[in-house]
Write a protein that binds this ligand. Structure first.
Ligand code: UD2
Length: 292
C-alpha cells in the first residue's frame, strides 16, 4: 500500500489541463509491419521513447491528452521470451497510437493450474486500484499485432475482439464466428456488466467461450475491425505442463450463462503476493486456491 500511495502522489502532480485532445491521425503509424517469426527486436520496437514511460509501464503522450485510458492485462506464467518481445512491441505501437495506457502482467504462482480468466479479473482489479482506466484489453502473451491501424481502444457500445487474422490458424482465419480468443477489449462498464471472466476454468480452454456467453447474455454483440487491420503473428510455443486442457470445460460452459450473475469478478478470491512497478510494466503475482 506504500507503493500504491507513492504512485498516487506521483500521478497527482501530473497535469494535462493545457493540452488539446489527441486527434486520430495516421501520421505516426506504419500500417502493416513486416515482422517475421524471427522477432527478437524489430526496427519499429527501437522507436520506443523510454524516457516517457513511467515505472509500472504507464505512458501518456506529451503533446496532447486522451480522454480514455487503456489497461493492457496480460495473464502470464513462464513465457519470459514472449513477454519481452510483446512488451517492447506494444510500447512502440501504443506510443505511435498516442494512447494513454498502462501494461499489467498478472502471474499465477505454482503449483495451481493456470487460470487465464481469474488472472484477467485479478489484473482488472489491480489496475482499477492504481489508475482510473476506462478500457481493458485482455491480451495473450504470444500474439503480436502486425498492423498499427489496429487501435488499442475499446468500442463504447460493445466488447471488441481485436483479432481478425491470426497466423496460428489455417489461412490465418478465425476458427468460428463466436471465437473471441487472444485479444479482447472491454470498457470498464462492459467488464462490470458481464461480471468479468469466470474464475472456474483451470487449465487450457473454455474461459473465452464462457466470456462470449456472458457477452451474449447481456445483449452485447462482438465488434471487430476490417479483416486486414486485426492481423496478429502468433509466436510458437510448446504445451505447458501447468496448463493441460481442462476436461470439465464443456460441463462448465453448459451452466455458463446461469452462473454469470454470481460468479466472476464479484466472487473472485485470491491473495496478492507481490506488486512491482517495473520499468516497462506492472507485475502482479497472485496465489489462488483451486476449487474442488
Ligand atoms: C487460446 C486463446 C487464448 C485462451 C486459450 C484457452 C488464441 C489466440 N488464444 O490460446 O486466448 O482462450 O486458448 O485457455 O486463440 N499462458 C501463460 N503461461 C502458460 C499458459 C498460458 O502465460 O503456461 C497465457 C499466455 O498469455 C497465453 C495465454 O495464457 O498466451 C493462452 O494460453 P496458450 O497460448 O497456451 O493457449 P492458446 O494459444 O491455445
Amino acid at each position: 500500500s506504500d507503493v500504491l500511495q507513492q504512485e498516487t502522489i506521483h500521478w497527482s502532480s501530473y497535469t494535462d489541463k493545457d493540452l488539446a485532445l489527441c486527434k486520430k491521425t495516421i501520421r505516426h503509424l506504419h500500417g502493416r509491419m513486416n515482422t517475421s517469426l524471427d522477432v527478437k527486436a524489430t526496427d519499429y520496437d527501437k522507436q520506443i521513447v523510454l524516457a516517457d514511460i513511467k515505472y509500472g509501464g504507464i505512458y501518456r503522450p506529451r503533446d496532447c491528452k486522451q480522454k480514455d485510458s487503456v489497461a493492457i492485462v496480460i495473464p502470464y506464467r513462464d513465457r519470459i521470451e514472449h513477454l519481452n518481445i510483446l512488451i517492447n512491441h506494444l510500447h512502440a505501437m501504443l506510443q505511435r497510437q498516442k494512447l494513454y495506457y498502462g501494461i499489467y502482467v498478472v502471474e499465477m504462482s505454482l503449483p495451481v493450474q493456470f487460470n487465464r480468466g481469474l488472472l484477467a479479473n485479478a489484473g482488472f482489479m489491480t489496475a482499477q486500484s492504481i489508475g482510473t482506466y476506462s478500457c481493458y484489453i485482455i491480451h495473450d502473451v504470444d500474439l503480436l499485432p502486425l498492423n498499427d491501424f489496429n487501435e488499442y481502444k475499446c468500442s463504447p457500445n460493445n466488447p471488441k475482439h481485436l483479432v481478425t487474422k491470426n497466423s496460428k490458424f489455417k489461412n490465418d482465419a478465425l476458427p468460428y464466428t463466436d471465437y473471441i480468443g487472444g485479444v479482447l477489449a472491454l470498457t470498464t462498464e462492459q467488464y462490470y456488466r458481464v461480471n468479468g471472466f469466470s474464475n472456474l476454468y483451470f487449465g487450457w480452454g473454455g474461459e473465452d467461450d464462457d466470456m462470449h456467453l456472458r457477452i451474449k447474455a447481456r445483449n452485447f454483440t462482438i465488434v471487430r475491425n476490417a479483416e486486414h487491420i486485426g492481423v496478429y503473428l502468433a509466436l510458437p510455443h510448446n504445451g505447458d505442463s501447468s496448463n493441460p486442457p481442462n476436461p470439465y470445460r464443456d460441463l462448465l460452459l453448459q451452466q455458463g450463462a446461469y452462473r454469470m450473475n454470481v460468479e466472476g469478478l464479484s466472487s473472485i478470491s485470491y491473495i496478492r503476493k507481490s506488486l512491482e512497478f517495473r520499468q516497462l510494466y506492472t507485475w502482479v503475482l497472485i496465489d489462488c486456491v483451486e476449487s474442488e
